[in-house]
Design a protein around this ligand. Structure first.
Ligand SMILES: NCc1[nH]cc(CCC(=O)O)c1CC(=O)O
Length: 319
């Protein structure tokens, strides 16, 4: 007997198709049901404006969520870092699968590393978070780089390096991994240099909150540690009252003693895009066993960062 296919709503971009395809396969394995991809065009895909100019969060996410709410698709896969920090009541975050490499990377001409970039090198990134941290690193290491806003999908961005328009572009390792272009990375940036965006490298699988059966099967793809980590990171972001285009980096990871996981560490950074002023802090606590404890970890760190003047560094917009 053939069961009806589950409909997975996805953006058309290469990255979205790649990650939806990978999740589709995993879902059809756990459910034993075929999964059909339903393409949905989002405002973020068609707009020529810089993301920061569109303003607000979640431009890639809204159209997928609308399709879910209208019942046109059964579930959707988002890059977790693109999700607004408030969860709509009618939708459930059914699974957060194990996280891919959270680091940012550089794809540069001539196999250059960040510290090899010559004076005046043009580095493409439209992200205030990346600008702030790269400019701060450059100051501290006698580098002279210019961060230049860039828009477009991963192929377009790497294309600017191949044509010589930029010396390098900054991208997320996870995205390149998923589309099979990780070999083009010339430098994996340590998270001590550039703290990734909250949720970077993780996916979110979302469905209607009242679809208990689907939530239960999708839940088999959930990784509790990744979920706890991204919950803490996004709670930090929310408590700083910053949006996805704010200069905020955050990363939670597990501290282990041999095989035994001991604690969770949460690191956060906020800075001005020119890298002159930064607030960077970390906190460590028991691995959160509940959603509320993960949220509390993020809030605690946010409170400490705000006490050190973080709010005053976030007013800037990207060009
Ligand atoms: N800003 C867009 C975006 N959203 C998710 C990813 C891929 C990485 C991920 O899933 O975290 C990217 C591309 C990038 O930042 O290089």
């Amino acid at each position: 007997m053939t069961e009806k296919a589950l409909r997975l709503g996805t953006r058309r971009s290469k990255l979205a198709m790649a990650q939806s395809g990978q999740v589709a396969e995993a879902v059809s394995q756990v459910t034993g049901r075929p999964v059909e991809l339903v393409e949905i065009t989002t405002y973020g895909d068609v707009s020529r404006e810089h993301l920061a100019q569109i303003g607000g969060t979640g431009v890639f996410v809204t159209a997928l969520r609308d399709a879910l709410l209208r019942g046109e698709v059964d579930f959707a896969v988002h890059s977790l870092k693109d999700l607004p920090t408030t969860q709509p009541e009618a939708l459930a975050l059914a699974a957060v699968p194990p996280r891919e490499d959270p680091r940012d990377v550089i794809v540069a001409r001539d196999a250059l590393k960040l510290t090899d970039l010559p004076r005046g090198a043009r580095v493409g990134t439209g992200s205030p978070r990346r600008m702030a941290q790269l400019n701060a690193f450059a100051r501290g290491h006698g580098l002279d780089i210019e961060t230049v806003p860039v828009r477009g999908n991963v192929d377009t961005r790497i294309g600017y390096v191949r044509t010589g328009e930029f010396d390098a572009v900054v991208l997320a390792a996870a995205g390149l991994h998923r589309i099979g272009r990780i070999d083009e990375v010339t430098d994996f940036l340590s998270v001590d240099t550039v703290l990734p965006a909250p949720g970077q490298g993780a996916l979110a699988i979302e469905c209607a909150a009242d679809n208990a059966d689907l939530i239960a099967v999708l839940g088999e793809l959930d990784d509790p540690f990744t979920r706890a980590a991204v919950t803490a990171e996004r709670s930090l972001l929310a408590a700083l009252e910053a949006g996805c285009s704010a200069p905020v980096g955050a990363l939670a990871d597990l501290l282990a003693d041999g095989q035994i996981v001991k604690e969770m560490r949460l690191r956060g950074v906020v800075g001005t895009t020119d890298g002159t002023r930064m607030v960077q802090l970390s906190t460590t606590g028991p691995v959160p066993e509940t959603h509320d404890r993960a949220v509390a970890l993020g809030r605690e760190l946010a409170a400490e960062m705000l006490a050190q003047g973080a709010a005053g560094l976030m007013g800037e917009r990207a060009q």
